[in-house]
Design a protein around this ligand. Sequence first.
Ligand code: NAD
Length: 476
Amino acid sequence: MSDYPQLAMYIDGEWVGAGQRRVRQVVNPATGAVLGELPFADIADLDRALDAAARAFKLWRATPAEERCRVLKGAADRMRQRADQIARIATTEQGKTFAEAKVETMASAAWLEFAGEEAKRTYGRVLVRPAGIRHLVVKEPIGVIAAFSPWNFPIGNPARKFGGALAAGCACILMPPEEAPNSALEVLRALLDAGLPPGVAQIVFGVPDEVSTHLIRSPITRKVSFTGSVPVGKHLMKLAAEGMKRTTMELGGHAPVLVFDDADLEKTLGIVVPQKFRNAGQVCVSPTRFYVQEGIYDAFVKGFTERTQALKVGDGLEQGIQMGPMANPRRITAMQTLVPDAIKAGAKVLAGGEAMDGDGFFWRPTVLDRPPIDSRIMNEEPFGPVAMMTPFATFDEAIEQANRLPYGLAAFAHTNSAKRAALVGDAIEAGMVGVNTNAIAAADSPFLGVKESGHGAEDGPEGVEDCMVTKVIAQG
Ligand code: NAD
């Protein structure tokens, strides 16, 4: 991509380039071509960002909610106007198809806009006592937030993290992924062009553990917001605990999909196949474990396999491509470990099962029939284009399997029975349950997990609420 923008950090109102700093190459995962060099922050850069955030927080928290709303909505407008350019950058550095990147850009605009509107609705309450005594319960912005976003939604995750924080009146230092950094810079540019004062939102890059340890240990940081894997989430929570800092953790998942005998077969396949292979399966809410009732099992698996084999895989910038490469070689290595392990344990390969030749990081869309319950892929988040099929007989058996793992992010079910739909919604242990739909994320609805998939929410009123603290002021 000849127009891939220059990479820089944004610290204390200035764009900071490589200079004498360490750098890392950013690579197009569809071709292996080097796109640019990313500067890494040193400790002085991080301290400068922390000081600037502390100063900016004082100003931003005192800025009227209407103005915070105007900036966030202005950024949303700019993202919509620049959607083609932003989507091209995201596809080039992360690999997802251009169409998916465009949907992500528009969703990010909606998240920023909703957060902006929500800035005006951070209410408290008044408890009226006899003799003129009052208890005021008020909400205040928590302070400076250190946020860490991963490479799989390089536009959406920064928009979510900035949106909630800025709406609440907080300042935010974000470390976006070093593998897909420019998409986050586009979100920041939209905010700055809409009038965000310097220092309120900053971006640093660097060695993840070095940056997170320094930012989290600083007394200036009051909250940690992380999206990524369960092990890294646990590590960051321990660091946050040293300073009793609040956390929002959006971690991994291993989403079950329960397909009951009475589901509409064609409609269900039309939903779940594109859902599975979106972003090459590198989605925290990606459906992974398909539990299909015995009466519909053969027809469902046959239909799923045929549709999977027909998918067009290639460079996401090309017309008609339905699945792009994996974002980095680590994901190919993970597939080369998990898929053969399942086959060795007894799973049958119905589609794919191997990497594709060429310079990019491509893995064929894969369907595995009946991997044993103790195979690694049935227990570890695959985070790749692999669907695992398992038959079940009874409702209770399906629920037991769905809830078997320590994850609890998303779960899905397909049924034409209203009663079963209600029972599934109640019985599944997950932050989000989609019944006859994959559309679980929305700007006005919280995005969140339970169990080891995390805690706290992004989006919706809850996403702003999580960036605030409650204070009681008693007046005698
Ligand atoms: P990883 O665990 O090394 O990293 C995951 C993310 O955390 C990356 O963005 C990385 O930059 C960041 N990170 C790693 N160590 C960090 C630290 N000490 N401080 C701050 N940030 C840190 O794994 P990976 O190979 O990049 O991704 C693969 C796994 O990550 C997947 O299996 C999946 O479970 C998980 N993941 C989850 C999400 C999600 O949306 N919840 C997104 C991306 C990755």
